[in-house]
Design a protein around this ligand. Structure first.
Ligand code: SF4
Length: 179
């Protein structure tokens, strides 16, 4: 049987969800016998290929992230939102109480650690911010929601196990942990 192909992306996020994935430790060896991770921060292709399972870590906060979410939806048979940022927007939504201009000024001028005496705010070199940071399913259909900050390693492994058994995963309540 052909191994299912998996793509994972890290959008507006801290990478903690991918770190939690690596926390499955030696069990990753068994998992890699059963799936091929063909696109991910831990491998190096440049284009998101057609895959069986796609995983999005992170909210959508700019045009590039929105574009990548749409590409993932088009290219992935099953799309998973992985972690609170992807499922709910997470900490990224703290900026939703400000305008885009205020967010940029806060980030590039006002923060105490910033040295920017001319108050230069990057323009066209950066993807434009969306008016608000949003969860993935505000933009594209998501098949599986895996909350947690981050979801723990056992939960991530459970989701893959269910898919490999041919079931659409539903994370049990007792696996939704926030510690
Ligand atoms: S859900 Fe938590 S661990 Fe995952 S990317 Fe967001 S802040 Fe980081």
């Amino acid at each position: 049987m052909t191994k299912p192909k998996v793509a994972t992306v890290w959008l507006e996020a801290c990478a903690g969800c991918h770190m939690s994935f690596l926390d499955i430790d030696e069990r990753i060896v068994d998992l890699l016998d059963k799936v091929d991770i063909v696109y991910s921060p831990v491998v190096d292709p440049k284009e998101i290929p057609q895959v069986d399972v796609g995983v999005i870590e992170g909210a959508l906060g700019n045009e590039e992230e929105l574009h990548l979410a749409k590409v993932m939806r088009e290219n992935c048979k099953i799309l998973i939102a992985w972690g609170d940022c992807a499922v709910f927007g997470g900490i990224n939504c703290m900026r939703n109480f400000m305008s885009v201009d205020e967010v940029l000024k806060e980030g590039y001028v006002n923060t105490p650690s910033t040295v920017n005496p001319k108050g230069v705010i990057p323009g066209q070199d950066l993807p434009a911010l969306l008016p608000k940071a949003i969860p993935v399913d505000y933009a594209v259909k998501v098949d599986v929601h895996v909350p947690g900050c981050p979801p723990d390693a056992d939960t991530i492994l459970y989701v893959f196990s269910e898919i490999l058994e041919g079931r659409m995963p539903k994370v049990p309540v007792d696996m939704m942990r926030y510690d």
